[in-house]
Write a protein that binds this ligand. Structure first.
Ligand code: 5RP
Length: 224
């Protein structure tokens, strides 16, 4: 799929999320290119939201540039609706996130959300999460120790190049792990000392996914 086609699908999924906003909702806003299309749609359509809680500095700056009211999660405690993209989605709407390195703050918002709406193009759907890398946000002092722990468990860990996360931490992209039971993998990865948060969203999956494909946008709910 070429970039233009994929961006068109991302835009369609993002625009479909507008109809899932309740009046005067406190809205959590994720990060990434699909979310950027969502912010464009918010700026254009101006649905009546009470405030927006951003999951990253980049999202905060896009929301402010669009003239939308931005608040901190500590000011509101919870969000009514959380809208975010994903890198991989399984049939139970368990996710892998973090290609943009914002998954820790994103997971906090997902956990604080009454409704979690995931917006993706159809290339993100997969029958299982296994086979994909899982990003770990890691304290800088713990990178070597976390890498050693992952390698001792038979996995691989590659430190991502580029700037640190919004909270000054580093990202290790971890491959070769068994993700057949992603809830267990999430608990195990998050328990490694020095790991701030892993990019598995299995214990708090999305409530619904808006998935854009050539035939239109489908609304998916978790398969039992
Ligand atoms: C950032 C994320 C993004 O939501 C995820 O990477 C999807 O990004 P995009 O919409 O650009 O494909 O988890 O941490």
């Amino acid at each position: 799929m070429d970039r233009q086609t994929r961006d068109g699908l991302k835009r369609a999924a993002a625009e479909a999320a507008l109809s899932h906003l309740t009046d005067n909702a406190v809205l959590g806003v994720g990060s990434g290119s699909t979310v950027s299309f969502f912010i464009e749609a918010l700026a254009r359509e101006r649905p009546p939201i009470a405030a927006a809680v951003p999951s990253s500095l980049r999202t905060a700056s896009l929301l402010r540039a669009a003239g939308l009211p931005v608040v901190d999660l500590n000011e509101v405690g919870a969000v009514d609706v959380y809208v975010d993209g994903a890198d991989r989605v399984d049939p139970r709407l368990r996710l892998i996130k973090g290609a943009g390195g914002a998954h820790t703050r994103e997971k906090i918002l997902a956990a604080a959300a009454r409704l979690f709406v995931c917006i993706v193009d159809e290339s993100k759907l997969a029958s299982q999460l296994s086979g994909a890398d899982v990003p770990l946000e890691v304290l800088p002092v713990a990178v070597a120790a976390v890498r050693a722990t992952i390698e001792a468990a038979g996995g691989t860990a590659v430190q991502r190049a580029g700037r640190p996360t919004d909270d000054g931490n580093l990202i290790l992209d971890v491959g070769g792990l068994n993700l057949d039971e992603p809830e267990c993998a999430e608990v195990v990865l998050d328990a490694i000392p020095g790991v701030v948060e892993c990019g598995l969203f299995a214990r708090r999956p999305a409530d619904l996914a808006l998935c854009a494909g050539r035939a239109g946008v489908r609304m998916l709910r978790a398969a039992p």
